[in-house]
Design a protein around this ligand. Structure first.
Ligand code: EPZ
Length: 420
C-alpha cells in the first residue's frame, strides 16, 4: 500500500491547473447507458473512481477507450444489467447506473451500497422515487432488484431530503420514461446542472434546470443522441488547493476553475482574512495578516459544501481564535478530527458541531486517512506542520484527486509517495 510522506512548514507559490470534476464525470459516464451513439467525454479526471465506473460499464458489455483525460464510450453492445458487489462496494456512486439501466432495459440488479466512513448513506429516496415511476423494487441477497416490465412512467417526485445522486438517478430514469416527470426539492449542485444540460443537448425536453423543480418529458424508450461533453472543473479540488495556500499562508493560484461554483468557499476564505483575486477561470489567494476564526454550517449547494468541511477544519487550526463547524449533511463526517489532533490540533466535538481552538502550532505525525475529503484535510495539516508526516491509506485520496503529489510539489511542497 502507498503512503504519502510530507515535509511540512514550507511556503507554497505558483499556480496549479484544476482537473475535471469527479462528481460531475460519474453521472455523465452513467448517462451514456441512455445513448444510441458513442459518446466522447473530455476533461475527465484521471482518478480511481472514474476507472471503476468505466470498468463497471465494460462488465455490462459497453466498450470504451480512455486516454489523456478523454474517454469514448459506446454502450450499444451493453446487454448485462447486473452491477456486482465487487465493484459497488469499492464505490458507492455505482448506484448511478440504477436509473439508466432500469429505464433502458426494464429491469436491473444493483448491489446495495452499504454504509461508509461518513455515515449510513441510505438510498431509500432513489428507490421510493423509482417506485412512484412504476418500478417494482425488491432487496434480495444484498441486491436491489428493480423491474418495470411495461417501462417507467413519468411521475411527480417530491424528495424529502435534497439528494445529489438521487436527483441524478431519477433524471436519468425519467428521460426514457413515458410522459412527464417533475422532481421537486431537486439538488442544484453544478454537477446536477451539467447532467441536465447534457441530457437536454442530447434532445430531451427539460425545464427548470438549476432550480429546485425540474421537469423532464420522457422519450418513451427512444435512446438519445449525445453531443461531445466537456466535464466542468472540480470545485472541491479547487477549494482544497486554495486551502493549501491558506493553511501555509502563501500566495497561490488555481487555474481552469469556475469561480461561480465556489462562492460559498470563497466567501469563507475572505471572512478569514485572505485576499482573493478572482478572474474568469482563475483564482489567486493571498496571505492573510491575521487569520480570523470562522463559523461554517454545511448545506446543499449553493450553501457551504460538506465536501470542503474537513479541509476548513484543518485550516481553522491556524486561525486566531475558536472556529465553529457544523456538519448538517452527514451524521459521521468528523473522522478527521481525531487524526488532526495527532498533529497537535485542539478540537472538541459535540454531536454535529466541532469547535476548533486556534491557533495551534502543528507538528508532523503519522496519521490515517478515513475517506476522500478527510484525507485531504490531513494533507493540508501536514503541509502546515513542522517536520515530517506520513499519511497512510491514501487509496482514499487516489479515488478523487488527480496527481495530488505532483501538483503539490509544483507549488513548492515536499511530498513523496512511498510504499508501506
Ligand atoms: C454526493 O453524494 C456526492 N457524491 C458526495 O461527494 C457529496 O458529499 C454529497 O453528494 C453531498 O454533497 C457524488 O456526487 C458521487 P446525497 P450523495 O444523496 O449523492 C441522505 C465526495 O467526497 N440521503 O446528496 O450520496 C444522505 O444520507 C463525496 O466526493 C437519504 O437519507 O449524497 C445524506 O445525509 C462523498 N436517502 C443526505 O441525504 C437517500 O436515498 C445528502 O446525501 C439519499 C440520501
Amino acid at each position: 500500500m502507498d503512503y504519502l510522506q510530507i515535509v511540512g512548514g514550507k511556503k507554497l507559490g505558483g499556480s496549479v491547473k484544476i482537473s475535471g470534476a469527479k462528481n460531475a464525470a460519474l453521472p455523465l459516464i452513467a448517462s451514456t447507458i441512455l445513448a444510441k451513439n458513442g459518446v466522447k467525454i473530455s476533461n475527465l479526471p484521471d482518478v480511481k473512481d472514474i476507472n471503476t465506473l468505466l470498468r463497471l460499464l465494460e462488465n455490462l458489455g459497453a466498450a470504451y477507450t480512455y486516454e489523456g483525460n478523454e474517454a469514448f464510450i459506446e454502450t450499444s453492445g451493453l446487454e448485462k444489467t447486473t452491477a456486482t458487489y465487487d465493484i459497488v462496494r469499492t464505490m458507492r456512486a455505482s448506484i448511478l447506473v440504477l436509473g439508466p439501466l432500469l429505464s433502458r432495459f426494464g429491469h436491473c440488479e444493483v448491489s446495495l451500497p452499504g454504509g461508509c466512513a461518513i455515515g449510513q448513506r441510505p438510498i431509500d429516496l432513489h428507490l421510493k422515487a423509482l417506485e412512484l415511476m412504476g418500478a417494482k423494487i425488491d432487496i434480495k441477497n444484498g441486491y436491489v432488484l428493480a423491474t418495470a416490465p411495461d417501462g417507467l412512467k413519468g411521475a411527480q417526485i417530491l424528495f424529502d431530503k435534497i439528494t445529489v445522486t438521487g436527483t441524478e438517478n431519477i433524471l436519468m430514469a425519467a428521460v426514457l420514461a413515458k410522459g412527464k416527470t417533475t422532481i421537486i426539492n431537486a439538488a442544484k449542485e453544478p454537477e446536477v446542472t451539467q447532467l441536465c444540460q447534457v441530457l437536454k443537448d442530447a434532445g430531451v425536453d427539460i425545464e427548470g434546470i438549476e432550480s429546485e423543480e425540474i421537469t423532464i418529458y420522457g422519450t418513451a424508450g427512444e435512446l438519445l443522441d449525445f453531443k461531445p461533453v466537456e466535464v466542468i472543473p472540480d470545485r472541491i479540488e479547487a477549494g482544497t488547493y486554495l486551502c493549501a495556500g491558506a493553511v501555509t499562508n502563501s500566495k497561490i493560484s488555481v487555474e481552469n476553475v469556475e469561480p461561480l461554483h465556489l462562492e460559498a468557499v470563497l466567501s469563507k476564505l475572505t471572512q478569514m482574512g485572505f485576499g482573493l483575486d478572482v478572474d474568469r477561470d482563475r483564482i489567486t489567494i493571498n496571505p492573510a495578516e491575521n487569520i480570523k476564526p470562522v463559523k461554517i454550517v454545511t448545506k446543499e449547494y449553493p450553501g457551504f459544501p460538506t465536501d470542503m468541511q474537513a479541509q476548513f477544519m484543518a485550516l481553522a487550526t491556524q486561525a486566531q481564535g475558536p472556529s465553529i463547524i457544523e456538519e448538517r449533511l452527514f451524521e459521521n463526517r468528523f473522522m478527521h478530527a481525531s487524526e488532526l489532533m495527532r498533529f497537535g490540533a485542539d478540537i472538541s466535538l459535540q454531536g454535529s458541531v466541532a469547535t476548533v481552538f486556534g491557533p495551534k502550532k502543528l507538528f508532523g505525525a503519522d496519521v490515517m486517512a478515513t475517506d476522500l475529503r478527510a484525507s485531504s484535510a490531513l494533507v493540508l495539516a501536514a503541509l502546515a506542520a513542522e517536520g515530517v508526516s506520513n499519511i497512510h491509506r491514501i487509496y482514499h485520496l487516489d479515488r478523487g484527486y488527480e496527481r495530488l503529489e505532483e501538483k503539490l510539489n509544483m507549488l513548492g511542497a515536499d511530498v513523496r509517495r512511498l510504499k508501506e
